[in-house]
Design a protein around this ligand. Structure first.
Ligand SMILES: *[C@@H]1O[C@H](CO)[C@@H](O)[C@H](O)[C@H]1NC(C)=O
Length: 314
C-alpha cells in the first residue's frame, strides 16, 4: 500500500460544466426548469396511476415504477449541480461522492431492468392476449420489480465497494458535474485494473443482456402482429409499443453513443453533454412520451381531476 502515506483526500471538487460565466444564469435557469419539469411530470404520472383504479394494470404499475426511478435518478445529480453552479467552492465530501455514485448506478440500472420488464409485459399482452391476466399476475409483477431492485443493489454495491478500496492522493478535481465512476477511476492513484475489468464485464452484461431481451420481445411482437394483420390491432399495438421503443432508444442510444463511439478530441465535453442527455433529458421526456400519445393516461387525467372538482362543488 504505497498510496496510503500521502494525505488522503477528504473531499473532491466538481469542476462542473464548461459554461462561460456570462451564460451561467441562463443555463442555471434552463436546468432548473428542466429539473422541475422532470419532478412534476413524473410525480403527476405516479399520482394518476395511484389514484385511477383503471390504471392498476401491470403496464401502468411498471410505468409508475419507471417514473419513480426517473425522478430519483435525476435527483441524484441535478440538485447538486444547481447548487454548485451558485457556490464559490463546488466541493463534495468523499463519502458524499461515493453515495452519489452508488445511487447514480442504482437508479440507472433500475431503469434498465424496468424497461426489460415493460417489454416482457407488452410481449405477453400482444403475443398471448388470452393468457395475459393469468401470466402477468400481481405475484409475477412484484417479483420482477423485486428482482430489479435486488440486482441493481448488488451491482451498485459492487462498484461502490471496489471504489472504496482505492486511494486518492493529491489530485481531487473531478472534471465532471457529478461523481462519475470513470472520472473517479482516472483520479485514483491506486491500481484500477480490477475496477476496469468489472466495469467491462459486468457493466457490459448489464447493458447487453437487457438490450437483447428488449429487442427480442419487440421482434416477437412485430412478427406476431404481421402474422394476423388487422388495422385496429396494428394501430393499437404500434401506438403502445411505439412509445416504449422511443424510451428504449433514448436510453440505449445515449449509452451506446457514449461508450461505443469514442471520440479522440474534446472527450470530456462530449461525455458531459451525453451525461446531461441521460441524467436530465431522458427522465424529463419519459412521462411526456408515455402520456401524450396515450388515451388511457389522458382519460385518467380527466377522471381524476373532474372527480376532485365535482366532489368539491356537488
Ligand atoms: C411498482 O410495481 C409494483 C408491482 O407491480 C407495484 O406493486 C408498486 O406499487 C409499484 N410502485 C410504484 C412506486 O409505483
Amino acid at each position: 500500500m504505497t498510496g496510503r502515506n500521502q494525505t488522503a483526500v477528504t473531499e473532491f471538487l466538481l469542476q462542473g460544466l464548461p459554461i462561460e460565466s456570462e451564460q451561467k444564469n441562463l443555463f442555471y435557469a434552463l436546468f432548473l426548469v428542466m429539473y422541475v419539469t422532470t419532478v412534476l411530470g413524473n410525480l403527476l404520472i405516479m399520482f394518476l396511476i395511484r389514484l385511477d383504479s383503471q390504471l392498476h394494470t401491470p403496464m401502468y404499475l411498471f410505468l409508475s415504477n419507471l417514473s419513480f426511478s426517473d425522478l430519483c435518478f435525476s435527483s441524484v445529480t441535478m440538485p447538486k449541480l444547481l447548487h454548485n453552479m451558485q457556490s464559490q467552492v463546488p466541493s463534495i465530501p468523499y463519502a458524499g461522492c461515493l453515495t452519489q455514485m452508488y445511487f447514480f448506478l442504482f437508479f440507472a440500472d433500475l431503469e434498465d431492468f424496468l424497461l426489460v420488464a415493460m417489454a416482457y409485459d407488452r410481449y405477453v399482452a400482444i403475443c398471448f392476449p388470452l393468457h395475459y391476466t393469468t401470466i402477468m399476475g400481481p405475484k409475477l409483477c412484484l417479483s420482477l420489480v423485486a428482482l430489479s431492485w435486488g440486482l441493481t443493489t448488488l451491482h451498485a454495491m459492487l462498484h461502490t465497494l471496489l471504489m472504496a478500496r482505492l486511494c486518492f492522493c493529491a489530485d481531487n478535481v473531478i472534471p465532471h458535474f457529478f461523481c462519475d465512476l470513470s472520472a473517479l477511476l482516472k483520479l485514483s492513484c491506486s491500481d484500477t485494473r480490477v475496477n476496469d475489468l468489472v466495469i467491462f464485464t459486468i457493466g457490459g452484461l448489464i447493458v447487453v443482456i437487457p438490450f437483447l431481451l428488449i429487442i427480442l420481445s419487440y421482434a416477437r411482437i412485430v412478427s406476431s402482429i404481421l402474422k394476423v394483420p388487422s388495422a385496429r390491432g396494428m394501430r393499437k399495438a404500434f401506438s403502445t409499443c411505439g412509445s416504449h421503443l422511443a424510451v428504449v432508444s433514448l436510453f440505449f442510444g445515449t449509452i451506446i453513443a457514449l461508450y461505443l463511439c469514442p471520440s479522440a478530441d474534446n472527450s470530456t465535453v462530449k461525455e458531459m453533454v451525453m451525461a446531461m442527455m441521460y441524467t436530465v433529458v431522458t427522465p424529463m421526456l419519459n412521462p411526456f412520451i408515455y402520456s401524450l400519445r396515450n388515451r388511457d393516461m389522458k382519460g385518467a387525467l380527466g377522471r381524476v381531476f373532474c372527480r376532485k372538482i365535482f366532489s368539491r362543488y356537488l
